[in-house]
Design a binder for this molecule. Structure first.
Ligand code: HEC
Ligand code: HEC
Ligand code: HEC
Ligand code: HEC
Ligand code: HEC
Length: 182
């Protein structure tokens, strides 16, 4: 009897040790590792889409005549209204003093930026809602933090291959590798 009891508590110790290790690994893999993997960055100045609701999206993001997408507007666009301070905010002060007056481009971080080996163009996607592929910016007062993968240098918020492929399959668009990898 004595002997059996010792064996049982020995098993309990092994099970407990296993659980501690197992839970520890889960916590590391799901909570700690992702935090180590991504470095958190902020936009050089806070841009509020909500403060610009009087402008239309196309005033700042539009197709050029050659069909390429303008992307994020440069400071010449901002200068039209912010040559001088209109309000009191710190963000606007930095915009005017550090960028517009010094004629320095703003190094915006691009959340959707794809790895170099992916080819993407807005042109074949121009009839789709922006929010199909991007976050909804229209009510945003603060640009969200940007997470950069420390190993690859890529944005965490880039659209994953499977997401592109799912929509291509649903709409009969090609999923041949060379369509997206040139
Ligand atoms: C006054 C110019 C301006 C207007 C108007 C504007 N945007 Fe922007 N947009 C910006 C700037 C500057 C950024 C970069 C900062 C940021 O990401 O918030 C940006 C970023 C974005 C991005 C993020 C792209 C990425 O992946 O990094 C999306 C999507 C976007 N805008 C969509 C819209 C939509 C939709 C509208 C209309 C509801 C709109 N924008 C109106 C200036 C503008
Ligand atoms: C089918 C998906 C999709 C749709 C729809 C889409 N985008 Fe994008 N967008 C992307 C991807 C992917 C990128 C990153 C492109 C790259 O890495 O070359 C991007 C990049 C951007 C950028 C920043 C990159 C740059 O070129 O400077 C802006 C701004 C932007 N999109 C705005 C918009 C707006 C505004 C709309 C709606 C009118 C829209 N997008 C619709 C997928 C999409
Ligand atoms: C058509 C005019 C117009 C253009 C173009 C424009 N803005 Fe503005 N911006 C405004 C108005 C109006 C406000 C609101 C002023 C206020 O309430 O203080 C504003 C406010 C701001 C603020 C302060 C918002 C806050 O609450 O902190 C920043 C920063 C800013 N704009 C950045 C930009 C940038 C960057 C660009 C170029 C990509 C740009 N704006 C282009 C009209 C414009
Ligand atoms: C919401 C649906 C949707 C999503 C998401 C989407 N696409 Fe597309 N894409 C389409 C459709 C539909 C077409 C075909 C348009 C046409 O034929 O006019 C297309 C066409 C293309 C083309 C041109 C193909 C050709 O033969 O010229 C490329 C390149 C492309 N997509 C790349 C991408 C990439 C890369 C992503 C992910 C980052 C992506 N797409 C996400 C719907 C989507
Ligand atoms: C509709 C667009 C699209 C098609 C078609 C496509 N890819 Fe991709 N692929 C992407 C995008 C976007 C990424 C980057 C995002 C990611 O890693 O998911 C990517 C990333 C990759 C990567 C890097 C792996 C990784 O996870 O980082 C490999 C390898 C790859 N693709 C191979 C292929 C092969 C092989 C095919 C053909 C069977 C193919 N792709 C077809 C859009 C596409």
């Amino acid at each position: 009897m004595e002997h059996n009891k010792g064996a049982t508590s020995g098993k309990v110790v092994v099970v407990v040790a296993f659980l501690i290790g197992f839970i520890g690994a889960l916590v590391f893999g799901w909570v700690i590792f992702p935090q180590i993997l991504y470095s958190k960055k902020y936009q050089p100045i806070n841009f509020s889409h909500a403060a610009h609701q009087d402008s239309s999206c196309e005033d700042c993001h539009y197709f050029r005549e050659d069909g390429t997408y303008s992307g994020i507007p440069n400071i010449d666009n901002c200068r039209e209204c912010h040559e001088e301070m209109m309000g009191e905010s710190e963000a606007e002060r930095i915009l005017v003093e550090e960028y517009i007056q010094k004629d320095k481009p703003i190094p915006w971080l691009i959340y959707a930026w794809q790895p170099d080996n992916v080819y993407f163009s807005h042109a074949p996607h121009k009839d789709m809602d922006c929010v199909r592929c991007h976050r909804d910016v229209s009510e945003e007062e603060k640009a969200p933090p940007y997470y950069e993968n420390r190993l690859t240098g890529y944005s965490k918020n880039t659209m994953k291959m499977v997401e592109c492929e799912k929509c291509h399959a649903a709409h009969g668009a090609s999923n041949a590798c060379q369509v997206c990898h040139k």
